[in-house]
Write a protein that binds this ligand. Structure first.
Ligand SMILES: Cc1cc2nc3c(=O)[nH]c(=O)nc-3n(C[C@H](O)[C@H](O)[C@H](O)COP(=O)(O)O)c2cc1C
Length: 315
């Protein structure tokens, strides 16, 4: 490990940067688990986080899937929300002005579409709004009948959608990959070649649960996305694979619930991390983990958290 020691009582430097974005620490709340940020204003000190990603935004408002849409599994959670959201236009008119009033926060907009044109137009609408640090392109949602995951699992479609998003975007572009593919490293290289500034991964794993008594699926949509600690070792391996495959920064996520989890993802190659499901168990989880990470760095003589990135030792 190349991390420099923290000298005496000096606080460790938790700041990280990727894709021309500077964050005060590597902890970002993940899309779909943190509303539009505003809903967490009274629960979490938003300015203590590295940043947060708002719910997936589409060109038009979306109602989402029928309930039940959430189901807890051993060490994990199934969800099939179906990308319910108010739409990009309402976001910039109703939510963004409130977010702009908050000091010292970093807002990422997660973008979703059914067609390449949807992605383009959503980005064009969002370009008009001030106060968004970057776009996170969700090409990986397993919970809608079409779109999303199709872009993330076919190299040619991924190339097209990232290319056109790149041309329309006035902001850094993070491409969020699906784990539901044979080679996530190959998809990462496609996204990099098409102009992504960073990669984030993983989205949820396609999964399901059945109630043996009623013989019915636990989720109305039948299949759903699995998240939480149950997926962490697979997500970690994928972050490691992708970090080796591309030169652009990687943002890791999947089951992170402790500071040690963050350290593992950074050692595997992540420049920053996102935390999703942990906020369902403990709504203050993101903020608590920032404090825990700082303590971990002090206890382990890590002066600069960014030095952990890619620092896994082999011998
Ligand atoms: C209820 C729920 C809703 C989600 N909605 C979105 C979304 O709108 N867009 C997106 O890119 N990812 C979405 N995700 C995926 C998360 O952002 C994250 O990639 C995934 O849950 C893995 O991280 P975790 O194990 O820390 O939750 C959602 C996850 C959950 C649990």
């Amino acid at each position: 490990m190349t991390a420099s020691p923290a000298s005496g009582s000096r606080r460790p430097d938790l700041s990280v940067s990727f894709a021309r974005i500077q964050l005060k620490n590597p902890v970002i709340a993940a899309s779909g688990t943190f509303g539009y940020g505003i809903e967490f204003e009274d629960i979490v000190h938003l300015n203590k986080l590295g940043g947060f990603v708002v719910k997936g935004l589409s060109r038009e408002p979306m109602a989402g899937n029928q309930p039940p849409r959430l189901y807890e599994t051993p060490a994990g959670m199934l969800n099939a929300i179906g990308l319910q959201n108010i739409g990009a236009r309402a976001f910039i008119e109703q939510k963004l002005p409130k977010l702009r009033k908050m000091k010292n926060i970093v807002v990422f907009a997660n973008v979703f579409g059914y067609t390449r044109e949807d992605y383009e137009q959503t980005i064009q609408i969002l370009n008009e709004g001030e106060g968004i640090a970057a776009y996170e392109l969700n090409v990986s949602c397993p919970n809608t009948a079409e779109g999303g995951i199709q872009f993330g699992s076919d190299p040619r479609s991924l190339d097209e959608v990232v290319n056109s998003a790149r041309h329309n975007s006035q902001r850094p572009l993070i491409v969020k990959l699906s784990p539901n593919v044979t080679s996530v490293a190959q998809m990462a290289r496609v996204a990099e070649d098409a102009g992504a500034d960073a990669i984030s991964l993983v989205n949820t794993f396609v999964a399901m649960a059945i109630d043996a008594e009623t013989r019915k699926p636990r989720i109305a949509n039948v299949t759903a996305g699995l998240s939480g600690p149950a997926i962490k070792p697979i997500a970690l391996r994928m972050v490691y694979d992708v970090s080796k495959a591309v030169k652009i920064p990687v943002i890791g996520m999947g089951g992170i619930s402790t500071a040690v989890d963050i350290v593992e993802f950074m050692l595997a190659g992540a420049s920053a991390v996102q935390i999703g499901t942990a906020s369902f168990w403990d709504p203050v989880a993101t903020e608590k983990i920032v404090a825990e990470l700082e303590r971990w760095c002090v206890e382990h003589n890590v002066g600069r958290v960014a030095d952990l990135t890619g620092g896994m030792v082999m011998e």
